[in-house]
Structures are given as C-alpha cells and as structure tokens.
Design a protein. Sequence first.
Length: 367
Amino acid sequence: MKGKIIKGIAGFYYVHVADDGHTMGTVYECKAKGVFRKDHRKPLVGDDVEMDVLDEAQKKGNIRELLPRHSELIRPAVANVDQALVIFAITKPQPNFNLLDRFLVMMQQQDIPCIICFNKQDIDEEGKKEDYRAIYEQAGFRTITVSAARQEGIDTIQELLRGKTTTVAGPSGVGKSSLVNCLQSGTVMETGSISEKIERGKHTTRHSELISIAQDTYILDTPGFSSLGIVSVGEGCSWRNFIRSLPPFEKYCKFGGCSHISEPVCGIKAAVAEGEIPQIRYENYCLLYDELKKSEKILIMSEVQNNLGEKIQRDHCGSNEDRRFSCVEHAGDGYGQRCLAGGGFPGKSVQGSHGKKGVEFPAQLAG
C-alpha cells in the first residue's frame, strides 16, 4: 500500500493513505523497518512510502520501502516539497525584509520555488500592500496579498497550492496559523479521526507535519521562525543566489565576478541608484554578503588551525601509542593552549615520552 508520511514523532511515523477522492483518506501509525537504520536512511515527513498493514482495526502498519525523493530540505527536515509559501504581515508587525530575503535565499539554494504572501490587508491603512508586492514581483516572485480575518484571497492561495506539497513558513504574529486554518476550512471536521490520531493542536506548531487540505494537496505547517542563518560559502554561495533574484543588471558590471559592493562601474549599484532595484533589497544583499565573507574567513582560519594542530601533534607528541597523553614539548615558545594528542584530557598535566610536562599549541593557533 502506498502512502505519504505526514508526521514523525519518537520513532513512529503517521502515513496518510489517500482513497478515491470522496473522503480525506486514512492515517496509519507505522514503524520503520530496521534495514533503514542499517543503510543509514531515515524516513522524513513528506516521504512517499510503501507500507504493510499490520492491524486494520487499530490502523497499525510497517513501512517497508522509501520511494525516491525529488527534493529534500534540511530545515525543516522534509522530503518532496514542491514549493514554499512564506507569510509576512503588511503591518502589525511590520515586515522584516531581511528575514524574508534570507528565507528566499535558503529556498533558492535548494531549488524550491517561493510564493510570497502578505497578510492583514484589511488593516493596511497606509496602503503599503502594492509597494510590497512591487518589490518582489519585480524580482520574479509570485506575490499575493490576503486577509485571513476576512478570508479575502484564500481562493487564490488554494488554487496555487492545488496538487502540490507546500511548506508554509512565517515569523510569529503574521497570522500564519489563521491562514492555515482557513486553508483547512471544510476539511478539519471531515478529518477529525486524523487530527485525533496525530494529536494535532489547532494553534501551536511543535513539530513539522503535513496537512491534507484536498486530494493530492498538502501543506507543511512548520514551527515559526524568528531568525535564519545562511551557512553556504564558496561555490554556489548564498550571495550569488541572492543576485539571481535581482533583475539582470549584472551584465553591465565592468569586472567579472563583481561583488557589487566596492567595485567601480557596477551594473547592480547603478540600477539601485536609478530605482530599478529597491534600496531595501540591495541593503539586505550587502548585509548577507558581509555575513558570508566573515563566515568564510572563520571557516578558513578553522581549517588552518586544524591542519597546523595535526602537524604539531605528529611532529612533537610522540608515537601513536603516546597520543593518549598530553605533552608540552615547546613550553617556552609562546604556546598558549593545551594540545590534546589523541585522547588527552584538557588541563591534565602528565609525563609524556619526551620527559617533559605540559603541552602547548603555538601562539598563532590561540584565539
């Protein structure tokens, strides 16, 4: 029997099996076969699986096969997502565009299309919704404005989600839970048994889970986020993904590989000055670029320290047999950190094979 994992908690996986479309299907509580652990494979929410029914009355089953994935997200850990719906409020709270751009970059890194939804248009007294839409429509993102309170624009969202698995994300206070409830309208009562089995709360998201809102249509309700760190550096790094979402002015840059920060004759900076690229998005790009360059520098320094530390251990800490001890071969040479040769213990002074006490990493490794 084929189904889709909609939730996983403490080794139990809840598999939704669709039927002919007249009802919302059935959920089975399943365990995964031990062969998955042996092969270092872990079922994820969103996985399509083959399962065996062990007890039809109790709705118990066993997952025997994980079907191929077409996508996999790291945060949240979920498989087979087709697109992302990111929700921000037009006001109360004011949108955090830096956080929004970080989310868009994170999705672009994983080749997941994004739909941007601005909620609370019913209290948009300053008329900001068209300005916000223009910022991101110009960058090629599908952008919509809705009101969960008045259920305005819900039909548009449902049409965009139809037949897809969509991860829904947004910071606290933007009305994400209200929108999710609107999208479930008409299905929550029908799927009472499903809600009871997976013990899903109405307003609090503690675990990532898929919610079936129509035939072959799922939304992934994820815990709210307040900050996102971008960790990719080097080839295909995040700031390059950001540039992909800006209008194509990079071709007017004088230098290949232009960072669009300090170089002269930069097409991106010229477009910002002329209003072709919104100033807020360029500022977010600069912040992201600076963060990534700092992360890259820290990563390089860490690799240098590790490589040099290993060399010092090989050169000065004796044989493999002695590496379970700490030693201080060069105590007077400005060393400032205890060298752990293999299984040595921090702060423990022992007699090494050199007949000397102590250990120290060179000063250039400290800090």
